[in-house]
Design a protein around this ligand. Structure first.
Ligand code: 0RA
Length: 655
């Protein structure tokens, strides 16, 4: 138990100071510890708690984790591991459990041997969860006994005590997030489900059960069991399940190089985007890093070498047409997941999701290079399909450059380059400026009249834009609406370098707001637009520039009282508040579309920064987003309709 010691004689690092300050610091500046206090931070509490159980599973002592959303929005996480130790810490005169629950960063500090690869984005430990909860109950099932301690805002209410007997083994944590700290304390099943599914894929063999005990409208509760026997092999198949495979195999490796465990799975499909998902210690490294660099290098070199050795005729033909293969051509239609474990990860970048450890590049490159070389040598038919696909990608890319050049000849700022339909704002500071992408010319007209023309620009688009998920890269640039959006934003694509990467240096607005009707069509257009941004301008989302406006569904009026309601629940609350929950006596106007609102109403309800409700689009879980987009935009109509019906938060105006 020596390792429980936190201070390391004389060496006063930041973490020492945090320990001295205690959990009060977490409550004072929660965002510093869990990222933010929005819905995202709220869900992080669950991840942090589950990560401890995952660690116990990775150490080989736990097979089942049960996560429950209770009716009162508290969360229970129970595992069948060894149970957090409860014996007394000699110096502190406290139970080890109490130390874990009340001392910052204590969680992973003891029993080092089994905590090689602790997960958790912020690695803050379960004590942070405790600090940010009005109440928390810890139970440990060990040696036939149930040990228990409860806390309020992180402070123990009593010493660890035995409260009963049990045949079970493991740890059970229940917490009630503090509503004076979090903007919302309502958990979303789908957000938790996506992460639990992901954790199950990333940690083959573990069973994670997610249960939602809050009854839905029909009084039903929900439960899903996540378990993957084949790990990443199943993960890529899941991500790619709505795409057409180039061939059925998953190229798979699971090995260790230079002490780094490396697992990767690769699949090729007939579509045109690159879907690379990378993880370090179960954390989604959205910004990539050294492991991704190693992966890409291996892919490029191995395939290039294979083509050089086996496909000389095809390469000669390319050369004659002045087409050179570039790195990204190897990744068109590629879906891959790579997951590695690093003992001391260095996370860098804007969101601390970029791996910096330089030793990782070589290890991953070697592992992937070997596995891919073996696969290609043993599967000449599949290898040929890949090479053909790469050649097609290179050819298309050159065509794309030509299309782009014709688009970008005019500079956006020279005046002539802005799309004619754009009603620009007068301010020139992008940080202050917003661009609304508005569905339909009539709503566009209202928006133009209702806006604040200093900082709000309006770009009307006509009906459904084009599904970029189903076209080759360069085809999108030939589409007028897509072009208008790209030009109005001032986003540019590497003209000379044939790069798919967008350049945002001249981005003209820091808020891009999608404003569509609150119906199924509007939802579909939102999805098409989000797909465009996700595939062509992902950084714009990562930097937090993309938003969705929320127009009201109703205007409710009782006597002189008048309020806009943004969903069914809001309308119900209006009825409760002003009319005893009764419909008769209340005048309700339903808005079927943006076009029904006059310019003043549109400003007041949807555009005025002081009163509007904007939803920010984030890519928290890129793999889940990838799956959803390919499913929504894919050829199969069934799952799409089902998803829209389930998720569309809109009243049954037209259903
Ligand atoms: C360190 C040592 C031991 C168990 C754990 C940590 C542990 C922590 C958590 C957190 C959630 N579930 C957990 N399960 C286990 C056990 C040491 C021993 O028994 O010898």
């Amino acid at each position: 138990m020596e390792d429980i010691e936190i201070q390391n004689g004389g060496n006063y690092s930041a973490s020492n100071i945090q320990v001295l300050e205690g959990l009060e610091a977490v409550r004072k500046r929660p965002a510093m510890y869990i990222g933010d206090i929005s819905e995202k931070g709220l869900h992080h509490l669950v991840y942090e708690t589950v990560d401890n159980s995952i660690d116990e599973a990775l150490a080989g002592y736990c097979t089942h984790i049960e996560v429950t959303i209770n009716e009162d929005n508290s969360i229970t996480v129970q595992d069948n591991g060894r149970g957090i130790p409860v014996d007394m810490h000699e110096k502190e005169h406290k139970s080890a459990l109490e130390v874990v629950m009340t001392v910052l960063h204590a969680g992973g500090k003891f029993d080092k041997g089994s905590y090689k690869v602790s997960g958790g984005l912020h690695g803050v430990g379960v004590s942070c969860v405790n600090a940010l909860s009005t109440h928390m109950t810890s139970q440990v099932f060990r040696d036939g006994k149930i040990y228990q301690q409860e806390y309020e805002k992180g402070k123990p209410l009593y010493d660890v005590k035995v409260v009963g007997e049990t045949d079970l083994r493991g740890t059970r944590q229940q917490f009630w997030p503090d509503d004076t700290i979090f903007i919302t304390t309502t958990y979303k099943y789908d957000i938790l489900a996506a992460r639990m599914r992901e954790l199950a894929f990333l940690n083959a063999g573990i069973t994670i059960t997610l249960t939602d005990l809050r009854p839905d409208e029909e009084g039903n509760t929900r439960q899903e069991v996540f378990h993957s026997a084949d790990g990443l092999k199943e993960f890529v198949r899941y991500i790619d399940s709505t795409r057409t495979h180039l061939f059925n195999d998953v190229i798979y490796l699971n090995t260790e190089k230079q002490g780094i465990p490396i697992e990767a799975a690769i699949m090729y499909n007939t579509a045109y985007s690159e879907n690379l998902h990378s993880y370090v210690n179960n954390i989604n490294t959205i910004e990539g890093g050294t492991h991704l660099t190693g992966f890409r290098m291996a892919l490029t070199r191995t395939l290039k070498k294979y083509a050089d050795d086996h496909c000389t005729k095809e390469l000669e033909r390319l050369e004659k047409n002045k087409v050179e293969i570039s790195g990204e051509d190897f990744r068109e239609g590629l879906t891959a997941v790579i997951s590695i474990k690093v003992a001391e990860p260095q996370f860098e970048g804007q969101t601390k999701t970029k791996l910096g450890n330089s030793e990782v590049t070589g290890a991953v490159q070697q592992a992937v290079g070997e596995a891919l070389t073996n696969y290609l040598e043993e599967h000449p038919k599949e290898a040929k399909l890949i090479v053909d696909k790469v050649i097609l990608a290179a050819t298309a890319r050159v065509a794309a450059r030509k299309a782009r050049e014709s688009v970008q000849r005019k500079s956006p700022m020279s005046g002539g380059g802005l799309p004619g339909k754009l009603a620009d704002c007068s301010d020139r500071d992008p940080a202050r400026c917003e661009m609304f992408i508005v569905e339909g010319d009539s709503a566009g007209g209202s928006a133009k009249q209702g806006r604040n023309r200093h900082f709000q620009a309006i770009l009307p688009i006509r009906g459904k834009i084009f599904n970029v998920e189903r076209v080759m890269w360069h085809k999108a640039f030939e589409h007028e609406e897509v072009n208008n959006i790209i030009q109005a934003l001032g986003v540019r694509y590497g003209l000379g370098e044939d790069s798919k990467e967008a350049n945002y240096d001249k981005l003209r607005y820091h808020k891009v707001i999608l404003m569509t009707d609150a119906d199924v069509d509007g939802y579909h257009i939102d999805t098409l637009l989000m797909t465009l941004f996700y595939r062509y301008m992902p950084e714009l989302i990562q930097r937090g520039h993309l938003f969705i406006a929320t127009p009201p569904l109703y205007r409710c009026k009782k006597g002189k009282i008048e309020e806009y309601c943004y969903d069914e629940r809001g309308r119900y609350q209006f009825l409760l508040k002003y009319n005893d929950g009764q419909e008769q006596g209340v005048y309700t106007q339903r808005y079927k579309g943006l076009g029904e609102m006059n310019p003043e109403q549109l400003w007041e309800t949807t555009m005025n920064p002081d009163t509007r409700l904007l939803k920010q689009v984030t890519i928290e879980d890129a793999a889940a987003a990838d799956y959803v987009f390919s499913m929504l935009m894919g050829e199969d109509v069934g799952p799409r309709r089902e998803f829209i019906e389930k998720n569309a938060n809109y009243a049954n105006i037209d259903a």
